[in-house]
Design a protein around this ligand. Structure first.
Ligand code: Q9C
Ligand code: ZN
Length: 342
């Protein structure tokens, strides 16, 4: 399997994040991607190359233009306003407040275009976001031109980013842009299977009223786990999209047998949808020792995920999402890919 990877992810570094009780170094850090990159070499998964540049016209079909225009301005405006460190949102237009008036100050704009404090900027962040987007589209091109599969080693991740909001370490929804890219290239239907520990709230929101992209999420129950306010089992789509969104919330402590049963259900829904392409939002924060996840998958489970997905016999694009146990992130993420290739 070929991998696309950009060294430009590394400029998105040194960010801090809010954690219960204090400010800590961001869990979403450069070593995550570097360790996966190294593991690809170790197991000889296949060649690794850099992305080609892509414009944002496809992205503009799944994100609002004003949101895409905002992202590159954050760091320059933050610096111009005399600030340094990590640019982070902290005030939001929630229920009863005006969410329809685009504000002018950088502080207000950060809140206007986010749902939490988890999408933060340093100097190299926009360049990393753009390289991650380019990585997804370049890998999608491999699949479009006949490869059975490809791996987009994206960083930063994307599945929490919605049409006009960032959050949860995510800015541009790489998997959603890739789905749109496949449709624009002639695919009739695309399925997105999100196996990250956290619900892909952004992906769900983007495609909720559409029937050309089926969205399936296996994740921790949002009653008690981040991102909390979306991802319940009764969310099945709306309008034309009714019946094309599927959520499988699971409790803390979930291990392989229960998780695999949900995967089985999701796979039979994918088979029934008969997509031309499958996109896997590949998070490995389901791992037993993930510092921010509470599922109990073990390293030997990841190749089994890949094998089951391969059984669908669909052209498949893997897009990297979460996973924060850096020591094992390479073994687990690449384990899915080697399992797929067996
Ligand atoms: N103090 C992805 O996996 N909250 N994003 C973490 C830790 C944010 C996860 C709380 C989790 C975001 C792509
Ligand atoms: Zn996650």
């Amino acid at each position: 399997m070929k991998t696309i990877f950009s060294p430009r992810h590394a400029g998105h570094a040194g960010n801090v994040e809010l954690e219960e009780g204090g400010i800590v170094p961001a869990y979403e850090k450069p070593s995550r991607a570097e360790i996966i990159r190294a593991r690809i070499n170790t197991v000889s998964l296949g060649p690794v190359s850099e992305p080609e540049e892509h414009d944002l016209e496809t992205a503009a079909k799944v994100h609002r233009r004003d949101y895409l225009d905002f992202l590159p301005t954050v760091w320059p405006e933050w610096e111009q306003s005399g600030r340094s460190g990590t640019a982070m949102p902290f005030a939001w237009p929630t229920r009863g407040l005006r969410g329809d008036v685009p504000p002018t100050s950088i502080i207000a704009k950060l809140g206007f275009y986010s749902f939490d404090a988890g999408a933060t900027f340093v100097k190299g962040t926009w360049d990393a976001i753009k390289s991650s987007h380019d990585t997804a589209l370049t890998a999608a091109n491999l699949v479009r031109s006949g490869e059975r599969s490809a791996f987009a080693l994206c960083r930063p991740p994307g599945h929490h980013a919605g049409s006009n909001f960032m959050g949860g370490y995510c800015f541009i929804n790489n998997a959603a842009v890739a789905a749109q890219w496949f449709l624009d290239g002639g695919a009739r239907r695309v399925s997105i299977l999100d196996v990250d520990y956290h619900h892909g709230n952004g992906t769900q929101q983007i495609f909720y009223a559409r029937n050309d992209v089926q969205v399936l999420n296996l994740h921790a129950d949002p009653m008690s786990e981040y991102p909390f306010f979306l991802g319940h089992a009764d969310e099945t789509g709306e309008g034309e999209g009714q019946g094309f969104n599927h959520n499988f919330p699971m409790p803390a402590g979930t291990s392989w047998v229960q998780w695999a049963a949900a995967l089985e259900e999701a796979c039979s829904l994918i088979a029934g949808y008969e997509p031309d392409v499958l996109i896997v939002s590949l998070g490995v924060d389901t791992f037993e020792r993930d510092p921010i996840g509470r599922f109990k998958l073990v390293s030997d489970d990841y190749p089994k995920i890949g094998r089951r997905i391969a059984g669908l016999k669909l052209p498949t694009l893997f897009v990297m999402e979460g996973g924060y146990a850096v020591e094992e992130i390479g073994i687990n993420a690449v384990g899915v890919l080697t399992g797929f290739e067996e």
